[in-house]
Design a protein around this ligand. Structure first.
Ligand SMILES: Nc1ncnc2c1ncn2[C@@H]1O[C@H](COP(=O)(O)OP(=O)(O)O)[C@@H](O)[C@H]1O
Ligand SMILES: [Mg+2]
Length: 302
């Protein structure tokens, strides 16, 4: 696990911003920490970065304790805050050069990384322009380039699409997914816009009043009703049959020979029959959680 938090609590005066948050993010995942405004997303992020201390609970980021080893965490983690700040009179290139100096990256290597990062985010042609002339969307992309030049193991992006029009937001999200796919970064992003970001997340956690009210794979949470099954000792034939069945929504290999299957209400008996015929062990069979749509209506509206 790249991120592990247990029983996190954070109190600001009389407000409990976090109230028993558990979080576990695996290597290479895009994890969406989603919740309405005020639910505790930014507080969680600040704790993971070692920028504020939890009132109670345990945190590990890349194996380090951000409270005691904040510098070790900073070296491995790239952070894009909700409001990215730049030196307005300096160019995009110069702003990034400033970051590489801060991180002690030698000049030749820095230039190579800056070139790559600007290319990735589509700002190469405007690299020499002062940031003062940039649109909000361009600033967000420069914020991502800022994270990229560090080549972090984990990128933490706080509301990366906030204030951007839907088209610009879609571009940023596609870019984030590409960076994960190509650079193998783990990504934790926060957002209050469930519908906008869910498509690029592998898993989401829904934060409400400082704790998770739902968590799961997007494929599982978007499927209507039905069941979730975990099957051990699954053969390739069983997997192929499940994938072909019209009563399964998704079939994912969680570990070698271990499958997680989401299925319709009516598929339950069929699943038991398939496992009886092909071998395998049902490790878990439970009703599915509420769908993202139901969660949206319950927590995000208004
Ligand atoms: N520095 C602070 N001082 C006092 N209250 C704060 C502070 N930061 C956040 N809060 C409160 O903590 C709660 C969670 O805030 P925050 O983590 O910023 O949520 P989100 O990022 O999900 O919008 C809110 O009620 C907010 O008002
Ligand atoms: Mg916030």
């Amino acid at each position: 696990m790249i991120v592990e938090a247990k029983g996190l609590k954070k109190r600001y005066n009389s407000v409990w911003a976090l109230d028993g948050l558990d979080l576990a993010i695996a290597d290479g995942e895009i994890y969406g920490l989603l919740g309405p405004n005020g639910s505790g997303k930014t507080t969680t992020i600040l704790i993971l970065l070692g920028l504020t201390e939890p009132t109670a609970g345990e945190v590990r980021v890349c194996g380090y304790d951000p409270v005691r080893q904040p510098l070790a965490v900073k070296r491995l983690v790239g952070y894009m805050p909700e409001k990215v700040g730049f030196y307005e009179e300096l160019s995009a290139y110069e702003n990034l050069r400033f970051i590489t100096r801060l991180n002690g990256i030698p000049e030749a290597e820095a230039n190579r990384r800056i070139g790559e990062a600007l290319e990735h985010v589509g700002l190469k042609d405007v690299a020499q322009r002062p940031v003062a002339t940039f649109s909000h969307g361009m600033r967000q992309r420069l914020g991502l380039a800022d994270v990229l030049v560090k080549k972090p193991k984990l990128a933490i992006l706080d509301e990366p699409t906030s204030g951007i029009d839907p088209e610009g937001a879609a571009q940023i999200l596609d870019l984030i997914r590409r960076l994960r796919d190509e650079a193998g970064m783990t990504v934790l992003l926060s957002s209050h816009l469930l519908h906008q970001v869910q498509r690029i997340c592998d898993r989401v956690g829904i934060l409400h009043r400082g704790h998770l009210v739902a968590e799961g794979r997007v494929a599982e949470l978007t499927a209507p009703g039905g069941y979730v099954a975990r099957i051990g000792q699954a053969s390739p034939i069983l997997r192929a049959r499940l994938e072909a069945a019209d009563w399964t929504h998704s079939v994912e290999e969680m570990q070698p020979q271990e499958l997680q299957v989401t299925l319709t209400e009516g598929g339950r008996a069929e699943l038991l029959r398939f496992v009886a015929e092909e071998g395998g062990v049902i490790l878990e069979l439970r009703p599915k959680q509420p769908t993202l749509e139901e969660i949206y209506l319950r927590y995000f509206q208004g």
